[in-house]
Design a protein around this ligand. Structure first.
Ligand SMILES: [Zn+2]
Ligand SMILES: [Zn+2]
Length: 307
């Protein structure tokens, strides 16, 4: 299974437009960028997860081919608003050569997505339902949606367990959580995946968790419970942590921490990562300090992982 991280940022991209906070300033200085979080998975089939508003940028940047299936985690714009850019693949073919792409989302999520993209159903896409606990089969790949809690504005939110089966029925497993603050019922299929991709909207759990996202501090409980065996990847990074001394800590996107995570030896708070290199250092330190079951990585846009 190959995972291509198309985007790794939150709903407003990083650095955010017009934001002067220390995180956005540092990323601008270094020319770093995190587009809206989305991945492509390659097994015997090509699966696109969350075709957000940056999809056309991703298609151009990574020379993407048309997906065999699309998975949508929930009905927030940063997770589906690029869907109509898939029309480019159909427009390049002769008439009648196009086979509509199956697009999976929960019935609740479709109530929102269908209003925006209903005119493309049947021609560009086929509407398919992600039913928690019910397997979806695409080629040699089985996908199981599981219900996640992401607040009342995303009642149709799910994560996906993606398993690639080889000819001997050996299985490689990826757990993809997307935006969430909790899961509604724990299930055995989430345990001991080779790879866990988990949201890290903030480093520290904020005083005001809006709107129901996962911090790395809170995510530690899920990482320890599910015990991934090969890699943990952090995505959907927002720049919402307050950085000590930043005059822009009063902006709307910033919220103070409940109790910042500290180094276990010195009890000093972990530095808030400003850029990719800071996140890489933090990930190694956090992994060692918490004796995690496998290495933790903060991917950049465009990174690939194969297992
Ligand atoms: Zn999001
Ligand atoms: Zn969301």
């Amino acid at each position: 299974m190959d995972i291509l991280f198309l985007g790794t940022g939150s709903a407003w991209r990083l650095p955010e437009y017009s934001c002067r906070c220390m995180i956005c300033q540092r990323m601008n200085e270094l020319g770093q960028e995190r587009t809206r979080t989305s991945i492509q998975i390659l097994t015997s089939v090509r699966i696109l997860v969350d075709p957000g508003p940056d999809l056309l940028i991703h298609m151009n940047r990574y020379k993407l081919e048309a997906p065999d299936a699309v998975l949508i985690t929930h009905e927030h714009g940063d997770h589906y608003l690029g869907m109509d850019d898939l029309l480019a693949y159909k427009r390049a073919l002769p008439p009648d050569a196009w086979k509509p792409i199956p697009v999976y989302a929960t019935e609740t999520a479709w109530q929102t997505i269908g209003i925006r993209f209903g005119y493309l159903l049947g021609s560009l896409f086929e509407k398919r339902i992600s039913e928690p606990g019910v397997d979806i089969n695409v080629g040699n790949t089985f996908i199981t949606p599981f219900k996640t809690f992401h607040g009342k504005t995303a009642k149709g939110s799910v994560g996906y367990v993606i398993r690639e089966m080889d000819a001997s029925e050996n299985c490689k497993k990826l757990v993809y959580t997307s935006d969430f603050v909790d899961i509604e019922s724990d299930c055995p299929i989430l345990y001991e995946p080779e790879v866990l991709i988990i949201q890290s909207h903030w480093l520290n759990e904020p005083l005001e968790n809006r709107p129901f996202h996962m911090s790395l501090q809170r995510g530690l409980d899920f990482i320890k419970k599910w015990r991934p065996t090969k890699r943990i990847f952090l995505v959907h990074i927002s720049g919402g942590d307050q950085v000590p001394g930043d005059p822009h800590n009063t902006s709307v996107k910033k919220t103070p921490p409940v109790k910042p995570m500290t180094d276990p030896l010195t009890q000093t708070p972990y530095p808030i990562p400003l850029c990719q290199e800071d996140w890489e250092r933090l990930a190694v330190r956090f992994c060692n300090d918490n004796s995690l079951s496998c290495p933790m990585i903060v991917p950049k846009d465009g990174d690939v992982f194969s297992f």
